[in-house]
Ligand binder design. Structure first.
Ligand code: 0X9
Ligand code: ZN
Length: 398
């Protein structure tokens, strides 16, 4: 007679069968050093902001033994689409509806160029850099002021998207912010909303990585820098200077949280940095990511409180309540405490430089679809993000 193997045991047993599909796997990491060891492996993460407990990974066919050899216990949570199968996105007709479809790199650039073309009084494009693969990085300036940046009198803000290539809904969100801000400026009745502010949007911080998610590998996170050991990519949210090199980043070039060879080694971040330091009255910054529905404030690199913890938190709570009105509920907290320590991130650098109101917003969802958020959730995610930005403006002032 055959003995039934207890299910729980099966779930955590080393994989004895031939693995033919991509799997979403929950890996047991009882303490921070095991999280760090896991994120150091040359595997695709499914969750980078991982606290001790269960950390999710995307595991390619045949890759489960890597976890076994590294001594991890894990549980298969389900199958994933083959991230290398890009046929359906590559052959689709040109996207026209940014409220209900994901736009590729050319379409996002076309969308913003069109805003600048339609509203030349209010929207202007600036090329701020070039990637390692030669793609331009663009920023767009939205303002009622016609003056040169050097004499802009209002408070300045920056919103950025698609730092992490696979977090597609962040591109949809910054498109909606751009359109909503441009429309507000063009209408005398709503102009006060944007008021005296000068708003910069960098829609695609990581054009090489983003293009790669459309053409080659849907779950790519980093940029496409060729590293010295032949692997590709630096995590652009571990390459900022504040806290660079510390906990929650990796020195292993194959890791999804590889920090690069030096602070600001990457051209994408040199571009963002140089633009930011050229802007007078720098007052606020939001970096849009997905997923987990959280509004995160500094610090990320340490669990110590920032000097302005009370006001950072109070603004986060305003954003949180504005974003909660569209069917999803958002959390808020200091990044290093609400999620986990991560060093070399954007919000820490922007806060450190200017004591600016600096946030990472992790958009939908909480893990059901993860990075592959269905397109019928684009519109509500855009709506809640715009509501959050309006609340942010009303708190941070002009
Ligand atoms: O890990 C990151 O870079 C961000 N999460 S993501 O899943 N989009 O990659 C969060 C950065 C801020 N997180 C912490 N302060 N822990
Ligand atoms: Zn991200």
């Amino acid at each position: 007679m055959r003995r039934a193997i207890p299910l729980a045991l099966l779930a955590f047993a080393p994989c004895a069968f031939a693995q033919t599909a991509w799997l979403r796997v929950g890996v047991e990491c009882p303490n921070p050093s095991r999280v760090a060891a896991l994120l150091d492996l040359p595997l695709t993460t499914y969750q980078c902001d991982a606290a001790p407990g269960m950390v999710e990974m995307a595991v390619a066919p045949g890759q489960l033994p890597i976890l076994d050899f590294a001594g991890f216990r894990y549980k298969v949570m389900g199958k994933l689409h083959d991230p290398y199968d890009r046929r359906s996105d590559l052959v689709r007709p040109a996207a026209t509806d940014y409220r209900n479809e994901y736009f590729n790199l050319a379409e996002i650039q076309g969308f913003f160029d069109n805003l600048a073309l339609q509203r030349p009084k209010f929207v202007r494009r600036l090329q701020i850099g070039v990637t390692t693969q030669g793609r331009p990085i663009y920023a767009y300036r939205f303002s009622g002021f016609q003056t040169s940046p050097a004499v802009d009198p209002g408070k300045a803000y920056m919103f950025v998207g698609l730092t992490h290539a696979r977090e597609w809904v962040s591109g949809s969100v910054v498109m909606h912010l751009g359109k909503s801000i441009a429309d507000s400026l063009a209408n005398a009745a709503t102009r006060t909303l944007v008021g005296r502010r000068v708003i910069w949007i960098v829609p695609v911080v990581n054009p090489d990585g983003y293009d790669h998610t459309w053409t080659s590998y849907r779950l790519w996170r980093k940029n496409r820098r060729l590293n010295s050991n032949g692997t590709r990519g630096v995590d652009l949210n571990r390459n900022y200077a504040k806290g660079w090199g510390g906990e929650g980043s990796s020195g292993n070039p194959g890791s999804d949280i590889y920090r690069g060879t030096a602070p600001f080694s990457e051209p994408e971040l040199q571009a963002v940095r140089d633009l930011a330091i050229s802007i007078p009255n720098f007052s606020g910054f939001i970096d849009f990511h997905s997923y987990s529905q959280e509004i995160l404030w500094p610090w990320s690199y340490t669990t110590a409180s920032p000097p302005d913890a009370a006001s950072l938190q109070s603004i986060a709570i305003s954003i949180q309540s504005a974003m909660g009105g569209f069917g999803a509920s958002y959390g808020q907290g200091q990044g290093s405490r609400a999620l986990y320590v991560a060093s070399g991130t954007s919000k820490d650098w922007f806060y450190d430089q200017w004591r600016a109101a600096s946030y990472t917003i992790e958009l939908r969802d909480t893990g059901q679809w993860g990075f592959e958020l269905p397109s019928n959730q684009i519109t509500p995610t855009q709506n809640e993000a715009w509501a959050g930005v309006q609340a942010f403006f009303s708190r941070v002032g002009s």
